[in-house]
Design a protein around this ligand. Structure first.
Ligand code: PLP
Length: 423
């Protein structure tokens, strides 16, 4: 960025340093990806200058003739991509999309069933330090503690809690869960108790778009699945930072009202243009292959880590991410220590509690790893085997020399797989 370089070398230098970090280290954070250059150009466009409170053809400001077309294009592409009757592309982030959905569907203190935070749920699924837990009455279901299906979503528990608590809404979808969540049984439970269903597809939206994860708006037989689906556009969907909501037609009016004027002011039309670009990219047949490769890579990474002596939570993965239980590998090694050691070796990931974790959320016994970003960079199953062996090497020893050696090997590997914006 030449102009930035001249005008504000301080910021320019930091951007360059971050670019260098992204280019030379492995990005295994499950919620991250590399957006295309086209997505970034739209994000950095003059659309950032425009105020457009309201919705296409219902704006509170003049001069929105072009902006209306931009947002309409994003809405129409979003609907087409997910076969959705309704879409709202204005949520600034996943947390806002969930806040908007709650505002549309609930009254304060209404009862909501969602996944336990320490077993994969998100902050906005009722954490006491989040607006969701403060405004609504969340009750949590979790995963099974023992076989059969250890660490898989416990539908019996969800059913039981639904019967006892009579929630107004059941939230499914997670931030650290590696198995497919089928909407069909949840729809049945919800119908039995008269609840609505919200699927938080923040993580898996790209996999749904690619057809490698079932579309939660519909049941397997094509009936009504989730009433509302929220998702972020920057994770597996590979778009700009932001979010969107899709739903069935009857909820459209209240969802629109909840996002604006209920929750947000002016929409970020530059981000909305970039979402349109990302939806366009996701409609390309190449994106189906991308989704399949993400999942294939995750499976091979999980299998290779198992072969190195790590235990994969729930026994494996169907999606782009996995939770690694470090305790079998080394009972003394905690998630925080592992994350720091991997970071020093150029392997970027985050520590994560595993279900029934004896350690605190700050320390943890696990790591969360995802393949969305490195698959975008072009890595395939061969590289995943290498990555697993590098992770194992770093975590087996506690010396700086190994970290330095692995860091060099990582940089060599990354040189062959640059982010798309560098090609
Ligand atoms: N919901 C889930 C399941 C998530 O994993 C996330 C992101 O981490 C969010 C919501 C929130 O998204 P954002 O960080 O864009 O607010």
């Amino acid at each position: 960025p030449e102009l930035l370089q001249r005008q504000d070398p301080e910021v320019a230098r930091l951007i360059e340093e971050e670019q260098e970090r992204q280019r030379t280290t492995l990005q295994l954070i499950a919620s991250e990806n590399f957006a295309s250059r086209a997505v970034m150009e739209a994000t950095g466009s003059v659309l950032t200058n425009k105020y457009a409170e309201g919705y296409p053809s219902r704006r509170y400001y003049g001069g929105n003739q072009i902006i209306d077309q931009v947002e309409t294009l994003a809405i129409e592409r979003c609907k087409q991509l997910f076969g959705a009757p309704y879409a709202n592309v204005q949520p600034h982030a996943g947390a806002n999309a969930n806040a908007g959905a709650y505002l549309a569907l609930l009254e304060p203190r209404d009862r909501v069933l969602a996944m336990r935070l320490d077993q994969g749920g998100h902050l906005t699924h009722g954490s006491p330090v989040n607006f969701s837990g403060q405004i609504y009455d969340f009750i949590s279901y979790g995963v099974r503690e023992s076989d059969p299906n250890r660490e898989w979503l416990d539908l019996d528990q969800m059913h039981q809690l639904a019967l006892e608590q009579r929630p107004k809404l059941i939230v499914i979808g997670a931030t650290a869960y590696s198995r497919i969540i089928e909407v069909d049984p949840v729809r049945e439970i919800a119908d039995e108790v008269g609840a609505l269903v919200l699927f938080d597809a923040a993580h898996v939206a790209g996999l749904i778009a690619a057809g490698v994860y079932p579309n939660p708006l519909f049941t397997r037989s094509g009936g009504r699945g989730a009433d509302v689906v929220t998702f972020t556009t920057h994770k597996t969907l590979r778009g700009p930072r932001g979010a969107a909501i899709i739903a069935h037609e009857d909820l459209g009016k209240s969802l629109d009202k909840a996002i604006f004027p209920g929750l947000q002011g002016g929409p970020l039309e530059h981000a909305i243009a970039a979402k349109a670009v990302a939806f366009g990219e996701a409609m390309d047949p190449d994106f189906r292959q991308y989704g399949q490769r993400v999942v294939d890579n995750a499976r091979v990474l999980a299998d290779s880590l198992s072969a190195e002596g790590f235990r994969i939570v729930s026994g494996g993965t169907d999606v782009h991410l996995m939770l690694v239980d470090l305790r079998d590998f080394d009972a003394e090694l905690d998630g925080r220590t592992a994350q720091v050691r991997l970071d020093r070796s150029g392997i970027t990931c985050n520590r994560n509690q595993i279900p029934f974790d004896p350690r605190s959320p700050f320390v943890t016994s696990g790591l969360r790893l995802g393949t969305a970003a490195m698959t975008t960079a072009g890595m395939s199953t061969d590289q995943m085997k290498t990555v697993a062996s590098l992770i194992s090497r770093v975590l087996r020893t506690d010396d700086d020399q190994t970290c330095q050696e692995v860091r060099r090997e990582v940089a060599d590997l990354c040189r062959s797989f640059p982010p798309p914006s560098e090609r």
